[in-house]
Structure formats: C-alpha cells, structure tokens
Design a binder for this molecule. Structure first.
Ligand code: AKG
Length: 258
C-alpha cells in the first residue's frame, strides 16, 4: 500500500501537470541509461528575454555578494535563492516535464534543493568533473537531479557543460578514480543547444562547466532537486519571503517544502 507521503507527492505532481505522460519512452530511457535528457524550446522568446533582464538586474543589484547564499566561484557570476527574486522563476523550478524527469530519476518524494544561476565569464569556467553527490553504494537509490536551463546558446566554444553518459551507475566520485578530473574525458559529451533548451540530468552523472573561449558570457539557471529525506542546498523554509509564499499554490509550496 502506498504511504501517505507518497500519495501526497503523487497528487502534487499531478496538480502541477507532471504525470506518466509527460515523458516519452525515449526520454525515460535516456534518463535511465545515459543519465540525462535535453528538452528543446522549453522557454519562448518572451520568457527568455524576461529571464535575461532579471538576471542582469539581480547581478547589478547584488554586486560582489551575488551568489553568496549558496556558493561563489572564481571566474563565474552566480546568483542564489532565485525562488524569492522574481515570479519569472516560478515556471522554471515548477516545469511539469522537469518535475516528471526528476521523479523518474529520484523515484520517491523530492523537493527543490536550490535554484541558482551560473555563467562562466570569458576565459574562465573550467570545472573538474564532479557529481553533485558523493560516492553511492550499488544498493542506494539516486538522491539528486539537476537541470540546466540555457539562457544563452551553449556552443562548442563558450563553456558548455560536459557530461559523461552512464557514470551515474558507477557510484564513484570522479576525484577518486580519475588521474585529473579537470582534463577532457574520452567519453564526455558537451551540452550544445540553443537558448531555451533544458537539460535534466541525474546529478550523480559526472559533469562540469568547460572553459569559455569566447568574448561573451554564457548564462544558465540550475534548478536542483533532492529526495525529501535529505537537507536542501538552500533551506527554503528559512529563506522564503512572505510575498513569495503568498503567491504560490499549495502544490508549489510542497515542492519547496515550506
Ligand atoms: O554551469 C555549468 O555548466 C555546470 C555547473 C556545475 O556543474 C556546478 O556548478 O556544479
């Protein structure tokens, strides 16, 4: 018999439009086998424009403290706690297809862990391959799912994220098994797609930002989810602002765990 918490979770997803039918068989298979899937044209031009404007407005407003609620990183601009920084972000972390993919990966009730932004500035951005979780035993379920929302085109040259397909199944942390996790990996693939696409990935997959060799920045949002029994990257209940809480539906509040 389904537990009460599972039933509630299923109701919430249904209410937010995420159901069995949200993903094709091929998309489900890609998530299981490769560990990621790319959805194209998720953001229309108007939304992209609004997101870019808000992104730059927040960068101007927050200056040197931008990103500090979660993480600041040399050579990048980062923003955190976007749940509370604009209604335009609601449709990102509550997107039905993304929630359906997170369900497929995590397989049990989950919550938003954090909603952040990252862009690699020209000449910067190379990250070591990493997973967003430590080592995982073979009998452990997957705990985390991440999604990268392309606010600019991701190209071969501008610091597109690399992912190593299938590595979620190894349970290994790249730093433990690779001589140099910053070097190119023979099996890595780059996320090359136009702005408006979203890559949802099993966050146990080895991945990382690459070097931006262009003269323009490369912006992305990261909506990150974690199984409900684990702490969030940003404690949403601690950070939630009244005006955010008031505009959200009970289902959205459930995803935030507020
Ligand atoms: O922005 C990217 O390309 C990936 C970022 C990432 O994996 C991280 O910051 O942990």
């Amino acid at each position: 018999m389904a537990m009460e918490s599972d039933r509630k979770f299923e109701e919430v997803l249904e209410e937010l439009g995420a159901s069995e039918r949200s993903l094709t068989e091929e998309e489900r298979m890609s998530l299981d086998e490769r560990g990621f899937v790319v959805f194209h044209d998720v953001l229309d031009d108007g939304t992209l424009c609004a997101l870019r404007e808000k992104y730059e407005e927040l960068m101007r407003k927050e200056g040197a403290s931008a990103g500090m609620e979660v993480h600041q990183e040399q050579g990048t601009r980062r923003l955190s706690d976007l749940v509370n920084k604009g209604e335009v972000f609601d449709a990102v972390y509550l997107h039905p297809k993304v929630l359906a993919a997170a369900r497929q990966i995590i397989g049990r009730p989950f919550q938003l862990s954090s909603l952040n932004a990252r862009d690699a500035i020209p000449g910067e951005g190379l990250q070591a391959l990493h997973a967003d979780w430590g080592r995982r035993r073979a009998d452990e379920p997957y705990h985390v799912c991440n999604s990268i929302w392309l606010i600019d085109d991701f190209t071969e040259a501008n610091g597109a994220t690399r992912l190593v397909p299938g590595t979620h199944k190894t349970g290994d942390a790249p730093a433990d098994v690779l001589a140099d996790p910053s070097s190119p990996h023979p099996d890595e693939v780059k996320l090359i797609a136009p702005a408006g696409a979203v890559c949802v990935f099993n966050a146990h997959v080895w991945h990382g930002g690459t070097l931006n060799r262009t003269d323009r920045t490369r912006r992305a949002l990261h909506a990150y989810y974690v199984a409900r029994e684990w702490p969030q990257q940003l404690n949403q209940a601690e950070y939630i602002r009244k005006r955010t809480y008031d505009r959200l539906s009970p289902a959205a509040r459930y995803i935030l765990n507020v």
